[in-house]
Write a protein that binds this ligand. Structure first.
Ligand code: C2E
Ligand code: MG
Ligand code: MG
Length: 700
């Protein structure tokens, strides 16, 4: 409440005025005139003090302010309410009233103006306060609104109960999860949600923990309004009142059914191939392990088919991985449609699939499955409006015959698949125990070769090629040999070493070594080499893009001997579309290097290429030479090859000549040269050099 104290005129606070006022009041008593003295005018001038009439007369020359107080007014009490002060101003028709507090101390003057100002100030303060209150109220309302929004937007369900367990409050997530509306839930107890999955002991333990520690957390199975049971992760907090007694229970829960679904999805990803959705290797191994255990118990068989798409890499390389992927998806789809529901089609990676077949009757049943799977590729795959013709090779291994562990079965099926590929692709092959032996030999041959290349463990055998007309040595073929056997019972044969080199990527290094060694040894033959053709075997895989440059570079260092080198390629090379090979052969021909076609007649050759590729020499395959004496067909073939070679201006050599009779027939047919045990076996270089120096060769 505003009082007179609040309306003191700050401007009229006179120094020493107190004393003067007392003097005046004591002097004049009733009716005494009191003048308030101001500097200039009353409203703006400084209040100088109060004077009585007498004193006022002492200031004639000064401008006295209006006579403010005509008589000494009863002073105001500081606590006088402002309305009463105003009433006095009105009643006494004055503008100023002195303020004396309870102790009689003069505090100053209250003016109408100060009163109005105080009232206005008061009013302003009030309105400020009102505004502040309103702002606070807004803020509070906003906070509450946010809190309510958070409460409702929280993904977790929230339920607040009173101390007796009556539900007071639920949020939107609660309603979503449980299916109960706010109205349905409020006033109920959480028993509304009980699924019946937990016994009384479970809840008793839960409440005990809450009582003791103030909270509890764990998995609870509850029931939605729809009757569906679901798992939730529930956290309960006890809120106590100021006396420590339970007031509210706040339960916050997350529906972990979706988490479980997510986990199931992750599990699916871990055990399935992302591209095709088929079980992956891990799941296959798992299922194969279980199948073996079942078969063991029930005395049944399990089949594993290892399927590899033939030449799939070509599609990836030429049409891109996108096309490759779509074909793999389609292949997976076709394969899955062909097996029984409880069989497993898995993708092992790349273009490799494995099919696990349980409860098979016999080998014929597995062969049927393999046939069916191969048939899946009989219709072309359509991708981007193009048709792709694919085939697959399948290897089959069986439990228990071909192995009794997961690893053994898969490995043997893989080995069998390799056999199918070797036999011409697009077919299936059962695992046979000797496959392992062959596989082991392949691995061993690669090992032996690697070591031999690194430690001068290789040498060359020289086998003469003899002119049938006069027995003169016209050339030689150099053949790869191991220098040492290290006592091995059956060291790898030259053909196995070459195959191992081709498989392991060592073929280029091996080819270079053979050529270098040939040049080096050939150089030691001095003048004798100039009338020889020294044939070096080349694997088709040696013809990569750097082949021609590498060979010419090496031969460049051999001087005149380079003209004596002859390159032998197998007949299948003629059918090849390897552009590096065609280019290299053209470069060699241009450099004066002879080209001979090895094992002619045994493989498929494109006869047109005989001319196109500047072939100088044909070497008739030993198979036909071996049949010369006993079979008319062989004779016909040999005779035809000789005639054809001559017609094309080529020299013809017969390989594997072992008997005089064969040599005689060949001579009659007009064959130029012969190579074989009849004249000489492949010899160490020194022996060959001696033989060369000793003149014409007659049959041994
Ligand atoms: P190829 O080029 O056809 O060599 C002829 C093979 O016949 C040689 O076998 C030789 O020892 C054998 N031979 C020679 N005369 C007779 C005979 O009268 N009767 C019989 N039964 N066999 C005879 P080898 O040395 O075991 O070589 C086998 C194959 O290995 C060669 O067949 C060739 O394709 C390959 N090869 C050998 N050395 C090399 C080489 O340095 N590089 C390449 N790329 N391949 C080589
Ligand atoms: Mg050869
Ligand atoms: Mg040959």
């Amino acid at each position: 409440m505003l009082t007179a104290r609040d309306c003191l005129c700050p401007r009229y606070r006179a120094v020493g005025a107190l004393q003067r006022y007392r003097d005046v009041t004591s002097l004049g008593n009733n009716g005494t005139l009191v003048f308030a003295v101001f500097e200039e005018d009353a409203e703006r001038g400084r209040f100088l003090g109060l004077v009585d009439v007498r004193e006022a007369a002492l200031f004639p020359a000064r401008v006295f302010a209006d006579l403010l107080v005509r008589r000494q007014p009863p002073p105001l009490d500081p606590a006088t309410p402002i309305e009463a002060v105003w009433a006095r101003f009105e009643a006494e028709r004055c503008d100023f009233l002195p303020l004396i507090d309870a102790d009689g101390v003069f505090r100053g003057v209250v003016s109408r103006l100060a009163l109005v100002a105080a009232m206005m100030e008061h009013e302003r303060a009030l309105s400020q306060e009102r505004e502040r209150l309103i702002a606070n109220l807004h803020c509070e309302l906003e906070n509450r609104r946010i809190a309510a929004a958070v409460f409702d937007a929280t993904a977790e369900g929230i339920m607040v109960t009173d101390a007796k367990g009556r539900i007071l409050l639920v949020n939107a997530a609660f309603c979503r999860t449980t299916g109960y509306s706010e109205q349905e839930a409020i006033g109920q107890t959480p028993a509304l949600l009980k699924s019946g999955r937990h016994d009384a002991a479970f809840y008793a333990a839960m409440w005990r923990t809450i009582d003791e520690t103030g909270s509890w957390e764990g998995e609870v199975w509850n029931r939605r309004k729809s009757g569906e049971i679901y798992p939730e992760w529930l956290h309960i907090d006890l809120v106590r009142d100021e006396h420590g007694a339970p007031r509210y229970y706040v339960g916050v829960f997350a529906d972990i059914g979706t988490h479980k679904e997510l986990r199931a999805q992750l599990m699916h990803l871990a055990y399935h191939d992302a591209l095709t959705g088929l079980p992956n290797r891990r799941l296959l191994l798992d299922r194969l392990g279980q199948a073996i255990a079942r078969a063991q118990r029930n005395d049944t068989e399990v089949g594993v088919l290892f399927l590899d798409l033939d030449r799939f890499k070509d599609i990836n390389d030429t049409h891109g991985h996108g096309t490759g992927d779509r074909i793999l998806i389609e292949a997976a789809h076709r394969l899955t449609g062909l097996v029984r529901a409880n069989d497993t089609v898995a993708r092992l990676g790349g273009d490799e699939f494995a099919i696990l077949v349980e409860d098979i009757a016999d080998e014929a049943a597995l062969a049927d499955v393999a046939e069916k799977l191969l048939n899946a590729f009989s219709t072309p795959f359509t991708c981007d409006e193009r048709e792709f013709f694919l085939a697959a090779s399948i290897g089959i291994a069986r439990y228990p015959g071909d192995g009794d562990t997961v690893d053994a079965l898969l490995m043997n099926a893989d080995t069998a698949m390799y056999g199918a590929k070797q036999q011409g692709r697009g077919r299936y092959h059962f695992f046979a125990s000797d496959m392992h032996r062959r596989l082991a030999r392949r691995i061993e041959a690669a090992d032996v070769l690697r070591k031999a290349l690194a430690s001068s463990g290789l040498t060359l055998a020289w086998q003469p090629q003899v002119r049938l007309a006069d027995g003169m040595i016209a050339g030689a073929e150099v053949l790869l040999r191991l220098a040492r056997h290290d006592g091995a019972a059956s060291p790898p044969t030259p053909a196995e070493l070459v195959a191992a080199a081709e498989e392991s990527g060592l073929i280029t290094a091996l080819g270079q070594w053979v050529l270098r060694e040939t040049c080096e040894l050939g150089g030691r033959l001095d003048g004798l080499a100039s009338r020889l053709r020294i044939a070096v075997n080349f694997s088709p895989l040696q013809f990569d893009h750097g082949c021609a440059a590498r060979v010419l570079d090496l031969l460049g260092g051999c001087g005149a001997l380079a003209q004596s080198i002859e390159i032998e390629v197998t007949e299948s090379v003629l059918a090849s579309e390897n552009e590096h090979l065609v280019q290299a052969l053209e470069t060699f021909a241009a450099a004066g290097i002879n080209i001979a076609v090895d094992d002619f007649g045994s493989g498929y050759s494109n006869l047109g290429n005989l001319l196109h590729l500047h072939v100088d020499k044909l070497k008739i395959d030993q198979v036909f030479v071996g049949g010369l004496e006993r079979d008319e067909k062989s004779r016909k073939i040999v005779q035809t090859i000789i005639q054809m070679g001559h017609n094309l201006g080529m020299t013809v050599v017969a390989e594997g000549v072992e008997t005089q009779a064969q040599a005689q027939i060949l001579r009659e047919f007009g064959c130029d040269l012969a190579q074989g045990f009849l004249f000489a076996r492949p010899l160490p270089f020194e022996d060959f050099a001696r033989l060369l120096a000793s003149g014409p060769l007659t049959a041994q």
